[in-house]
Design a protein around this ligand. Structure first.
Ligand SMILES: O=P(O)(O)OC[C@H]1O[C@](O)(COP(=O)(O)O)[C@@H](O)[C@@H]1O
Ligand SMILES: [Mg+2]
Ligand SMILES: [Mg+2]
Length: 299
């Protein structure tokens, strides 16, 4: 955790300086294993986290930016899966971005460490680089929040978020894909949009930041429901978000904060990914609405 915090404090400074560091942090520098464009900051973040890990007890390092698991220390007891830079499309528009991490017991086999249910995580969390930089983490017994003090560059504990309210009137989904969603998701969002006169009987607000960390931070702060379902675009049958280093740690945090996280159909933390970069549909947030989405999938 100290190594993660040190790198995060450095990244927060790099991000805050933007172009003052020389060159664009959003410059395209290649493609990752998922076919995504890699931005300069994706690579800077990945290299910085990997370089900070020797001697910390981490054996296996799995990153969105690397095709395969990397061995750090052969005698380490932990596996670290990481999305070094989440919300890459927001780097050059000065909107919140983040890092998502998941810590697991190391297994003898590199991939087998991560191809297991999210319930086996030791810790899950994120760092959000926004108007303030904060680290939010769970070790399986509630949620802890630390804010980076820019004056001395130390992460300091602050009050934990209150439990996520069970009821909400705010949903988050990339509505540009509406015509391609599966029928249950189309039906649910249409019913949200019908407002008070519709079957849900309340008027909803909508948000879409396009940074999973920022959406999670908002939902931990005031509730809400987030959906990234599968859709009919090629390669998006299972949505966009990756199970091992995006969805599993976020789901652990959300459950620890009293919310719910599912695939739309079943608890996310019970699912077993079939490959390191496997995608999964993700629905999480306030329990009443997440349960409602599950019910729409059952009818
Ligand atoms: O551009 P879209 O389809 O709205 O997707 C936005 C989602 O993609 C992501 O940016 C994916 O993460 P990366 O930036 O790490 O690839 C999420 O943070 C966000 O929720
Ligand atoms: Mg991401
Ligand atoms: Mg990323």
């Amino acid at each position: 955790m100290q190594a993660l915090a040190r790198v995060a404090a450095d990244l927060a400074l790099t991000i805050a300086r933007g172009p003052l560091g020389g060159g664009s942090l959003a410059a395209e520098v290649g493609n990752n294993s998922d076919g995504d464009n890699q931005k300069a900051l994706d690579v800077i973040a990945d290299e910085a986290f990997a370089a900070a890990l020797p001697g910390t007890g981490v054996r296996w390092y799995a990153s969105e930016e690397q095709e395969e698991v990397v061995e750090i220390d052969a005698d380490g007891t932990l596996g670290l899966a990481i999305d070094p830079l989440d919300g890459s499309s927001n780097i050059d528009v000065n909107v919140s971005i983040g890092t998502i991490f998941s810590i697991r017991p190391a297994q003898p086999d590199a991939e087998d460490t991560f191809l297991r249910p999210g319930r086996e995580q030791i810790a899950g969390g994120y760092i959000v680089y926004g108007p303030m930089t904060a680290m939010v983490v769970t070790f399986g017994d509630g949620v802890l929040t630390f804010v980076l003090d820019p004056e001395d560059r130390v992460f300091k504990p602050v009050d934990s978020p209150k439990p996520i309210p069970a009821a909400t009137k705010e949903f988050a989904i990339n509505a540009s894909n509406a015509l391609r969603w599966e029928a249950p998701v189309q039906a649910y969002v249409t019913d949200c949009q019908k407002g008070e006169a519709g079957p849900l009987g309340k008027t909803f607000n909508m948000r879409w930041v396009a940074s999973l960390v920022a959406e999670t931070h908002r939902i931990l702060s005031r509730g809400g429901i987030f959906l990234y379902p599968g859709d009919s675009r090629k390669g998006y049958e299972m949505g966009r978000l990756r199970m091992v280093y995006e969805c599993a740690p976020i789901a652990m945090l959300i459950e620890q904060a009293g919310g719910r996280a599912t695939t739309g159909r079943a608890p996310l933390l019970d699912q077993v990914p079939d490959k390191l970069h496997a995608r999964t549909p993700l629905v999480f947030g306030s329990t009443e609405e997440v349960d409602r989405v599950t019910a729409y999938h059952q009818t």
